[in-house]
Design a protein around this ligand. Structure first.
Ligand code: SAJ
Length: 430
């Protein structure tokens, strides 16, 4: 029987031995779902270089900081059932039929791909895996799959199936998001598609080649980044002209095919902040619009600091020596994920001016204490993350504990300036 046929049969019968390399936000949910008897039911080994993460997974404990619904319970069950184990030893790849690579692919300080983790994983896999199906879920700059193929060729079947999960809904996205599968060969595409069909609930698999998959993934996030930059530019235009961006946005969106996104204090998270750079790194000519969008979004924390400075000046409070409370540390609403959060950038800019900066975030451990205490004796409050808890705060009461009543809303959550407050809204010129 050919290697292709053997793999096909093992995958279909759920008898394939699976290794998931990288037990982070992408790899861990996948390893759990693959091992769960209701979904994949495969025998799965999670591989990670972090000993502590390996230890926690083997103990049936969720090892990641941001909490997720359902997954921790599924992890415990899979470990107890013996279908999921973890290791830091690549030798496990020797007997693997399917290896899925989910390691981080960030960019360095020059915005070039930092493939340290990727090359370490691929080099180790190449040492042991001779005929497995290798799928790379990590986001890749165009032509990277080609380079990976050179390292694994000729025995291994290789496909790029870029991840599409987001914190707070990792399992849901994994099960229901349409997937793009770009095989290095037609056989690899076919096997990878068959493999995902065993674990995902959607049948929407889009089969293509690896270069098209790489460009599609990086561009889908670059596209979102540009759309947000455009909304942020509109906010700055409205602020300058004395209009309200939320009303302008509402009116623009009444026309067919217009869907202006929401302006805000900048773009956080690990996807949108780097995928433009991965895409741009592979080009001969600069991708001007994408790079301008990055610059606009990266500039938003400074615009927020400008608003704070202006509002404090109106309240006759000097910025140096003021106490400012940031409402929200997470980059994304209703999650505890703080990666690349605009809150951190605002904090460091304010810190440089001599401000004391406090945080309150009901979703983030360590910052989830008491809102009233966080605001007591503050000179200003800034709404940074649009957590639902911040939607209907009673500013009349909260103002009573503040030293000065200054409020900055970067997310359009406060409809009317509260009485007695110096109020500034991002994109609200009046
Ligand atoms: N943001 C705005 N205005 C908006 C939408 C977002 O300022 O209208 C800001 C957010 O506050 C945040 C940043 O942009 O700081 C990123 O937000 P996001 O909703 O795009 O969240 P991410 O970064 O977690 O994006 C992920 C992406 N998923 C992957 O890369 C696998 C993205 O492709 C998804 O579209 C997004 O989740 C999603 O919609 O869930």
């Amino acid at each position: 029987m050919s290697n292709f046929e053997t793999l096909r049969q093992k995958i279909e019968a759920h008898e394939a031995r699976v290794v998931v390399v990288g037990l982070g936000y992408v790899g861990l949910p996948l390893a759990i779902a693959l091992a769960h008897d209701g979904y994949g039911g495969f025998s799965v080994t999670g591989l990670d270089v972090c000993e502590e993460r390996v230890r926690l997974v083997n103990a049936g404990l969720w090892p990641l900081d941001p909490q997720e619904p359902v997954l921790p319970g599924m992890l415990k069950k899979a470990v107890e059932a013996g279908t999921l184990t973890a290791t830091d030893d690549y030798e496990v790849c020797r007997d693997a039929d399917v290896i899925v690579v989910c390691v981080p692919t960030p960019v360095n300080e020059h915005k070039d791909p930092d493939y340290g983790a990727l090359w370490a994983a691929i080099t180790s896999i190449a040492q042991y895996a001779k005929s497995a199906l290798v799928i790379v879920e990590s986001t890749l700059a165009p032509y990277t799959t080609e380079d990976i193929a050179q390292m694994l060729w000729p025995g291994v079947k290789l496909a790029h199936c870029p991840e599409r999960v987001a914190p707070g809904c990792l399992l849901h996205n994994l099960r229901y998001m349409p997937r793009i599968i770009g095989g290095y060969t037609k056989e690899a595409t076919e096997l990878a598609a068959l493999f995902y069909l065993q674990v995902i609930a959607t049948s929407e698999l889009h089969l293509t080649d690896c270069l098209t998959a790489e460009i599609s993934k990086t561009f889908e996030n670059a596209y979102r980044d540009v759309q947000i930059a455009l909304a942020n530019e509109l906010a700055l235009i409205c602020q300058d002209l004395g209009a309200d961006v939320w009303e302008v946005r509402r009116l623009v969106n009444t026309n067919v095919g217009r869907d202006v996104m929401e302006p805000g204090p900048g773009v956080g998270g690990s996807c949108l902040t780097k995928d433009t750079w991965l895409l741009a790194s592979s080009l001969g000519e600069p991708a001007e619009m994408l790079i301008t969008a990055r610059a606009i979004n990266d500039g938003m924390p400074s615009r927020v600091v400008d608003l704070v400075t202006e509002a404090l000046r109106e309240a006759k409070v000097s910025l140096s020596g003021a106490t400012v409370t940031l409402l929200g540390v997470a980059y994304r609403e209703n999650t505890s994920d703080v990666r690349e959060s605009p809150a951190i950038k605002i904090m460091s800019r304010l810190g440089r001016t001599g401000c004391e900066v406090r945080f309150y975030d009901p979703h983030v451990d360590g910052y989830d204490g008491d809102l009233v205490q966080a605001l007591t004796d503050s000179d200003a409050a800034i709404i940074v993350t649009p957590h639902s808890e911040f939607a209907n705060l009673n500013w009349r009461n909260l103002g009573g504990v503040m030293r000065h009543r200054v409020l900055i809303d970067t997310r359009g959550m406060v409809k009317e300036a509260p009485n007695g407050f110096v109020f500034r809204g991002l994109g609200r010129g009046r």
